[in-house]
Design a protein around this ligand. Structure first.
Ligand code: GLU
Ligand code: ZN
Length: 302
């Protein structure tokens, strides 16, 4: 199966990111598939230029090599714009003038129309006159895809069956930036990805992404959402937890090879002190035996 790792170059990769990359790489390689590195870099405010390189270097340090050149979404803007134009032409999308604040406040109201984070279609059927009046206020509209709260399910290869309601989600932000749920699917389809391995905090976004594939009349990839890496308190691993990046680990005297052993051991693929290479793990990898609960790292190991 053809896989990919799609980090945002916003900081150094941490153990959780590296472990997800390792699983995706092993899964692709153990099935004879290709593996791509694709940078999700459409949010200029979040990008730190140096991290294209540090993220690539860290994957190489673990032996996770990719095929072709690394991809940057910023090089593909025209591809996304073409799809959006196609959606506009077929009336698959509509402009939404609601502000972020309106959306946020309404989704937080316990019994409001937008409770549960579902956009209720406020701008779905505005008349031409109503749209003009909103335009005149000067607000740049986002574009939302007409999904009309359809329910979409999928069988995750790691975590089982999931179903989610797809609201009319944003495919182009008010500032003109194509949105994550759109571009990730366009890329996965165009890159021939048939296996998406990523952290399971994204499982709830998957039905929206499947709806993009459906709108484009293309078969979607399969998914393997893997459990997060947590700190001792059970929170998602973060920089403040301590030595979570390869340079942090090196400062503690742990080599990249030893980090690989630690990650492999957490997946049941190596003994805690066993020297391994990424390649040597390929024949040991069995997706059916992946852990289905988070890896909790004790504070004294960080
Ligand atoms: N860029 C996302 C992340 O770093 C991953 C998106 C994906 O794999 O679909 O969490
Ligand atoms: Zn709206």
């Amino acid at each position: 199966m053809n896989g990919r790792f799609a980090p945002s170059p916003t900081g150094r990769l941490h153990l959780g990111n590296l472990r997800t990359a390792l699983i995706g790489w092993l899964w692709a390689r153990s099935t004879g598939g290709s593996f791509l590195l694709r940078f999700e870099d459409l949010d200029p405010a979040a990008i730190r230029q140096e991290h294209y390189q540090t993220q690539a270097d860290d994957l190489i340090a673990l032996g996770l090599e990719w095929d072709h050149n690394p991809i940057r979404q910023t090089d593909r803007i025209e591809i996304y714009r073409d799809v959006i134009r196609q959606f506009v032409a077929s009336d698959a999308v509509y402009p939404c003038y609601c502000s972020r604040r309106e959306v946020r406040e309404a989704t937080q109201a316990p019994n409001g129309p937008w409770s549960h984070g579902i956009y209720p279609g406020t701008c779905r059927s505005l008349s031409a006159g109503q749209r003009q009046a909103k335009e005149a206020s000067g607000r740049q509209p986002a574009l939302r895809l007409r999904a009309e709260s359809i329910s979409l399910g999928f069988n995750d290869l790691v975590s089982g069956h999931h179903t989610g309601i797809v609201d009319d989600f944003v495919v182009q932000r008010g500032d003109g930036t194509p949105a994550y749920n759109l571009v990730v699917m366009i890329d996965d389809l165009n890159d021939g990805i048939d296996l998406v391995v990523r952290a399971d905090d994204l499982v709830d976004s998957t039905p929206r992404q499947l709806f993009v594939a459906r709108t484009l009349r293309r078969p979607p990839p399969e998914y393997g959402h893997v459990p997060l890496v947590l700190n001792e308190a059970g929170d998602r691993l973060a920089k403040r937890d301590g030595a979570v990046t390869l340079p942090d680990r090196a400062d503690l005297g742990q080599s990249s090879a030893e980090v690989l052993t630690m990650l492999a051991a957490s997946l049941g693929l190596a003994e805690p002190d066993e020297p391994v290479t990424a390649q040597s793990l390929v024949p040991r990898f069995n997706p059916g035996a992946l852990p289905t609960t988070p890896w909790r790292i004790p504070a004294n190991a960080l």
